[in-house]
Write a protein that binds this ligand. Sequence first.
Ligand code: CA
Length: 535
Amino acid sequence: MADLSTQATLGTVPLCITMDPRDNVAIVVNDGGLPPGTVFPSGLTLVDKVPQAHKVALVDIPEGGEVRRYNVVIGYALKDLKAGMWVHERLLAMPAARELTGLPIATIKPEPAPPLEGYTFEGYRNPDGSVGTRNILAITQTVQCVAGVTDFAVQRIKAELLPRFPNVDDVVALEHGYGCGVAIDAPDAIIPIRTLRNISLNPNFGGEVMVVSLGCEKLQPERLLPPGSIAVVEQSRLTGTDSHATEAPLDVVCLQDDAHVGFMSMVDSILRQAEIHLTRLNARRRETVPASELVVGVQCGGSDAFSGVTANPAVGYCTDLLVRAGATVMFSEVTEVRDGIDQLTARASTPEVAEAMIREMAWYDAYLSQGRVDRSANTTPGNKKGGLSNIVEKAMGSIVKSGTSPISGVIAPGEKVKQKGLIYAATPASDFICGTLQLAAGMNLHVFTTGRGTPYGLAQVPVIKVATRADLAKRWHDLMDINAGTIATGEKTIADVGWEMFQFMLDVASGRKKTWAEHWKLHNALVLFNPAPVT
Ligand code: CA
């Protein structure tokens, strides 16, 4: 990791960060970049103006030579590069993706890290054993057609009912674009369907599932939530008999039902059903639970070259703390880890986990090639402006969010996570699609890093946003929850920010603190991943 020990605090001192001693490029730290002629403490003199977060050649690199960052070849020089030159994406040829054969399988066996004990948060324990961090009534929809009516009803629920249920945090319509006009029997349709099902069962909703359906849609309520999917445990406390699972009847308001005469009759039906669920949710109480009940989804978006230097390594440090505390941490974003597949398969706890990872990568390679692209389609204009030349460089910075723990499980898109430890949850990298799939996996807390800046938020779980640069943290002071830019300037270490994040997560999970996205009620739409055909 970056050797920041010798660096002075930011001021007029020109700074650059090298991620590995074997690298032949480093990135410029100073706000606004540095002009040609700048001399670094090492004696290196800039030939070009180099923008902040962009790369400078540390030595002469011949045409065709390897350009290394994170001790990984991120590209080959397209012409002779002189020490002190700005190394941008137009000067690099991208390496081919690593083949999915001959990979190291479960070769890294780290010494088990000592358990982190005694950390707790105040959460809502659910009948199925999961724990929520918020108490929310979620209204599931089978089809986009009902979105307007549901939204109208939700506004009335918030105005007329919610004030009577002070223990309930919010009412959220699970709006999406699926349900009608889709090839529902296509094999890959299982992905959007199980995503919606599992989101309805997210721990923050307390098992109170209510569905609004149109009536004629492809995705019928029984297909979305078949018998058995929302079994609840009922305890006969009076008789002291063993608890047993009983089937909860699916609560569906169907708009095309003959009983509905006029729009207001539909709205009244939704309000009447909502009140039943609100009454039960209102009885929920927070209780002290171990930190192992956290299910954290980590993600990055609007990344820059600092993402992999500051915020993501701090998230990685925090990921290791969470795993040591017995929690579940999911990292995702297939195209942003594809170029590091050899690191991941090596870290798999068993050969089966490595094989599952390879299977997910192969599926995604095929999915992309169907659209005649590959993982290189991932990088955005903003990424490049932020100094990330290509997906290889971006992936090396993204993968560090996973920390150093062994990877103990893999889930496919839309599946629910069922184990503790570090889990690879395969998802697209698109922020809302990844967030939607991590919600389905059962996430009760979300951590999101950004360098370019995004006001991203979700209505269903708290989203903690981490800025990669102090400049962004200052400008977006009321949107960013944690400033990891202090790592680049040497004011704080990766461990300092990792611990700060860990403590903040326990506070947010307990409801003692709110994230800025919650404060402003900023949230993005649920966006389903539907690789199946639309008719
Ligand atoms: Ca993302």
